[in-house]
Design a protein. Structure first.
Length: 491
């Protein structure tokens, strides 16, 4: 990874800084549960330290030029201390999952300190059933979900025997912290490079005029779709209320095979099934709040990775966002999935993601104040009711210090006036919904988690083949067809 001292943040990364406020924290993370006796804090510190040179951005902090002279920079933190970022705590043994949820909620209620590298990891000991956990949080300006999966494999191994990582050729030594004059000079360099970057793009366009015209036309159509969506805000529901800084966390555990069974029987993709489950749970939750759902369709902000194959493992954000439909009015689960499937096919054929990427590219040439305004257009909280992000994880077991990773619960973030965010991640045959909610706006998060389970059960029931009376003896394969012993469990 070409990570350097005084790298400039990308426009998308900078927009995540602009979107952060006192009650809307822009960090993401995970709650990770391991099987086995917990390692000592010293062992974890040594393990992380031995691999930190593979992710050099984790030793860098933000540096913001004065006088709006360009986007912020990443610079080496001369006072970097691994023990500040790697925290140690314990539950009163035997610690329950409820206590672990409360702890993770409190950790994610606190903003990251922008004067230090923007990440934390908490080693949590004392968990019942001979387990321990790690709670992580990283600012969205540093890493997006898809890249985060790649980076996590730096700390994890694919076998119980830890992989031997070659140490760096030289011990890490931070580069000198730049002076105010040097920071301003870096901003001027960016402004000076702008005409040359424009000229380079123009030269490429002249070499391939037909292709360039088509790309410009499609980008213009995409920007037009986003502008049209801005004139049609998402419906006003109890999800979209003022929020505070405090968070609740719940998760729903299931098996990936169940979602594949549903999509194989009823059509669509696993992501279509996930959105259908969310729509079913939201519809029921809204009705318990006294909201009439007839004809009501909510909108989910669905992040889409635009990271190229050769960009995996790199830090920084390469994402765009589309608005996916959530037909909470559809009571029949089969009909609900059909609506989501058709609507998502329309979204994929539209230019929404391309338009968002085009706006991000245009922001390369925008000063920070305009960049903040542009990010609010591209990420306007009026356009969606909640974030629903689905990140595919590794389908094989991972280990840390010889302990097997049992479960990964992804944790998203709450934008302003959004009381709920849902992150989904598959890992080693499992699929977990991480539910992050505002503490005061959603005291009934437990009930909502149960509605997720009910929505999965409804789809599984209609996905099973209809059993017809037959004189023939049922085959063993047919006799075992169905959900089987792997049921979803709420935690």
């Amino acid at each position: 990874m070409a990570i350097k001292h005084k790298d400039r943040l990308s426009p998308v990364d900078t927009s995540f800084l602009a979107q952060e406020h006192e009650s809307s924290h822009m960090h993401v993370g995970a709650l990770i549960v391991f099987e086995g006796p917990p390692p000592s804090y010293t062992d974890v510190v040594e393990h992380v330290n031995s691999r930190l040179h593979l992710v050099p951005r984790y030793r860098q902090k933000l540096c913001t030029p004065r006088f709006e002279m360009g986007r912020p920079l990443w610079i080496d933190d001369p006072r970097f201390n691994i023990e500040y970022h790697l925290r140690h705590t314990a539950l009163p043994a035997p610690g329950s999952l409820e206590q672990l949820r409360q702890l993770a909620g409190r950790i994610h209620s606190q903003r990251l300190d922008r004067s230090k590298p923007l990440w934390e990891m908490w080693l949590v000991q004392g968990l019942e059933d001979n387990r321990f956990a790690i709670v992580s949080k990283t600012h969205h300006a540093l890493v997006d979900g898809v890249s985060g999966v790649d980076i996590a494999t730096v700390l994890f191994d694919m076998s119980p025997v830890p992989t031997q990582i070659d140490p760096p050729e030289e011990p890490w030594s931070p580069s000198p912290e730049p002076s105010d004059a040097e920071i301003v000079a870096e901003g001027v360099k960016g402004l000076v490079r702008t005409p040359f970057d424009l000229a380079t793009r123009a030269a490429k366009a002249l070499q391939h005029p037909g292709k360039s015209f088509e790309e410009v036309r499609e980008a213009a159509e995409g920007i037009g779709e986003i502008a049209w969506a801005e004139l049609n805000p998402a419906p006003d529901v109890p999800l979209n209320v003022p929020i505070g800084p405090h968070r609740r966390l719940r998760w729903v555990h299931g098996e990936l095979s169940e979602y594949k069974e549903i999509k194989s029987a009823l059509g669509g993709t696993v992501n279509d099934v996930v959105l259908t489950v969310v729509a079913g749970a939201l519809g029921r939750w809204l009705r318990t709040r006294g909201v009439r759902t007839e004809g009501l369709e909510l909108r989910a902000l669905v992040p889409v990775s635009i990271r190229a194959e050769d960009e995996h493992g790199q830090l920084g954000n390469r994402i765009a966002a589309v608005r996916g439909p959530l037909p909470v009015y559809a009571n029949d689960p089969r009909e609900r999935l059909a609506i989501v499937r058709a609507a998502m096919e329309d979204v994929k054929s539209s230019k929404q993601a391309l338009g968002a990427e085009a706006i991000a590219a245009l922001q390369d040439f925008a000063p920070p104040t305009l960049l903040a305004q542009a990010s609010r257009v591209n990420f306007s909280t009026r356009l969606f009711n909640l974030i629903v992000t689905n990140v595919p994880g590794p389908q094989f077991p991972l280990y840390m210090l010889g302990r097997e990773l049992q479960q990964i619960v992804p944790i998203a973030f709450l934008p302003e006036n959004h009381a709920l965010a849902i992150a989904i991640m598959s890992y080693n045959g499992n699929l977990d919904f991480g539910l992050l909610a505002d503490y005061d706006a959603m005291p009934d998060l437990d009930e909502f988690a149960s509605y997720i389970e009910d929505a999965v059960t409804e789809l599984l029931e209609v996905a099973k083949p209809t059993e017809r009376p037959s004189a023939k003896k049922q085959s063993p394969a047919a006799a075992t067809n169905g959900r089987g012993a792997g049921t979803s469990s709420r935690s």
